[in-house]
Design a protein around this ligand. Structure first.
Ligand SMILES: Nc1ncnc2c1ncn2[C@@H]1O[C@H](COP(=O)(O)OP(=O)(O)OP(=O)(O)O)[C@@H](O)[C@H]1O
Ligand SMILES: [Mg+2]
Ligand SMILES: [Zn+2]
Length: 555
């Protein structure tokens, strides 16, 4: 397999480290003045250049090129470090060697003179993982370092470093890299790699990486294997399960126009489209922040990572909303992001936030006390046939007894599905924990696989099998179906449902299990039963709910 792009594009000189000039410039000055500290602590989020910068520093210290141009990146030492075969550069991954033995070994050998270069450089990655005794051993070395030794401790969690160690190091904080700079770097890589890409696509990738360059490059890598001629914004959205900025602007338009019904409908259609509401809400907050900046400063120059069309929309919205409204909205939707962690009605926190922002916090108090009855009493406008005239007092738990279209579709399997409510429960439970599933997949398999799993439209769980359908996203389906990934995903899902399962990936909107998979129960991703908030919106606010998936919102 070809080398991963992010490895191939590891920064080789200070100039190539993007967005961390406050670090690289200080290091350069120290090198120039011969004031390089004995120990550095590089802290900061994952994938922002800590290890890369540590290696560049190691090069610079041992470089044999012209003094004013170190690291030169072409002398034998620089090349040896780039190729990972320089004996005087010792990299220790504390995450896998957190034992005191490794640090003792370091301490025993640190006294020997460097074999090739002038300095011996120790890079201890994820240093916060060291055990207490290992830290103590390290401290001894840091207290009396041999003159030829230099240390770089790197960590994503600086608060876990003991103060005694911390105080012996000069600390540099790597920052999340701004969207414009990530996008610029992606453009550079794309050009060098002969990959066509829309600007908007690169910006969307950069934004989703949240300051982490490694994730951004990995995602670009994934997009290049998509096979199309040029990477488009639409493809990026599809892979990320994210939503077009049009939806975000549209949602904020609804806010600015006090149009609750319009906003609720938009949320509903996003949910049907399988979008991640958490990500959507994050984007809404980012967008509102833009509106806020325009209102506060009257200067849209601060929004230079936004497209001109988006900035125009923001300016209009900034005039319609009052400043307190915008501030409240930023705060309230910000809270909603944390609350959107699945649950019985995954979209509820977002919907409540919307209503509160438009109507004021009191609005949801009324809503919370009077959900089902008034709504269920009258048929929804979108309901074509009154198959069940008035299931008025149906509690959500009884939803199986309501003649919903879902069951019409599965009439054939009704006989089997009726006596096993347990598996029906498994689907609801799994959906409620879907964000945790996504996190586990991200951890065990990676970002791409997590993004692919976001494309899941429907889940079916049988006795010993799970079917996942991916809509028309063949790319995502294939990625999860791949041997090793499938095994990992099966393992993760098995943990969540509490039994061994085989996982089958399918195209199409509806996941189906073969009879061999045992008792079969289906559930659709959004068919959680009546949604009190939506019903409230329909009956009280005159919202119209489209029947996109066979009228599942029918009452
Ligand atoms: N500031 C940056 N400029 C350019 N590329 C970067 C930058 N940061 C990270 N990268 C890219 O990401 C890859 C990983 O970076 P690096 O290993 O330096 O990150 P890190 O901060 O050490 O991350 P971790 O905390 O996960 O160890 C690099 O090979 C490079 O392709
Ligand atoms: Mg690192
Ligand atoms: Zn050199």
């Amino acid at each position: 397999m070809a080398q991963a792009l992010y490895r191939k594009w590891r920064s080789r000189t200070f100039d190539e480290v993007v967005g961390q000039e406050h670090v690289t410039q200080t290091l350069r000055n120290a090198l120039r003045d011969n004031r390089v500290a004995h120990a550095y602590l590089f802290s900061g989020p994952r994938g922002t250049g800590k290890t890369s910068t540590a290696r560049i520093l190691a090069k610079a210290l041992n470089c044999t090129g012209p003094e004013e141009d170190r690291p030169c990146d072409v002398c034998p030492t620089c090349v040896a470090i780039s190729e990972g075969r320089m004996l005087d550069l010792i990299e220790i991954d504390a995450a896998s060697n957190n034992g005191v033995d490794d640090i003792r070994e370091l301490r025993d050998k640190v006294g020997f003179r460097p074999s090739e270069g002038t300095y011996k450089i120790y890079i201890i990655d994820e240093v916060h993982m060291l055990s207490t005794s290992a830290f103590n051993a390290l401290l001894k070395t840091l207290e009396e370092p041999p003159p030829h030794a230099r240390f770089v401790l790197a960590t994503t969690e600086p608060h876990k470093i003991p103060a005694t160690v911390h105080s012996r190091c000069q600390r540099f904080d790597f920052r999340r890299i701004p969207v414009v700079e990530i996008a610029g770097h992606l453009r550079h890589i794309a050009t060098e790699e002969n990959v066509q890409a829309e600007d908007a696509a690169l910006t969307a990738i950069a934004r989703s990486a949240q300051g982490c360059m490694r994730d951004a490059i990995s995602l670009l890598d994934q997009m290049t294997s998509y096979g199309a001629e040029a990477i488009s914004l639409e493809q990026v959205h599809q892979v990320l399960g994210s939503v077009a900025s049009e939806s975000v602007s549209g949602f904020v338009d609804a806010l600015a126009d006090q149009n609750v019904a319009g906003g609720l409908q938009l949320v509903h259609s996003l949910l049907l489209a399988g979008a991640s509401l958490q990500e959507f809400t994050t984007q809404v907050v980012e967008h509102l922040r833009g509106v806020m900046l325009v209102q506060m400063t009257g200067d849209s120059g601060l929004l230079d990572d936004r497209s001109p069309e988006t900035v125009k929309r923001m300016e209009v919205q900034a005039r319609k909303l009052t400043q307190p409204q915008t501030l409240y909205a930023v705060k309230r939707f910000g809270e909603a992001i944390g609350e959107l962690k699945g649950g019985y009605q995954p979209q509820l926190p977002l919907e409540l936030a919307l209503i509160e922002v438009v109507r004021g916090p009191a609005a949801t108090v009324v809503q919370a006390t009077a959900p089902a009855q008034p709504a269920a009493a009258q048929p929804a406008p979108a309901t074509p046939t009154p198959a069940t005239p008035a299931p008025a007092k149906e509690a959500p738990a009884d939803k199986k007894t309501a003649a919903s279209p879902k069951e019409e579709k599965t009439a054939a399997s009704a006989a089997e599905s009726a006596p096993v409510p347990l598996d029906q429960g498994a689907v609801s439970k799994l959906r409620a924990q879907w964000n945790d599933v996504l996190s586990a997949v991200r951890e065990q398999c990676g970002l791409k696989q997590q993004a692919a799993l976001r494309a899941v439209r429907d889940i079916a769980i049988g006795e010993n099998a799970i079917a996942l359908s991916f809509g028309n996203n063949k790319f995502a389906k294939d990625m999860i179906s791949e041997g090793e990934t499938l095994a990992q995903v099966s393992g993760i899902l098995a943990q969540f449902v509490g039994r061994q399962v085989t996982v089958e990936c399918q195209e199409g909107e509806t996941a189906t299990l073969s009879a061999a998979a045992g008792r079969v129960v289906r559930d659709e991703r959004t068919a959680d039963g009546p949604d009190p908030l939506l019903e409230f919106a329909v009956s009280e606010l005159g919202a119209e709910v489209k029947d996109e998936k066979g009228g599942k919102r029918k009452k």
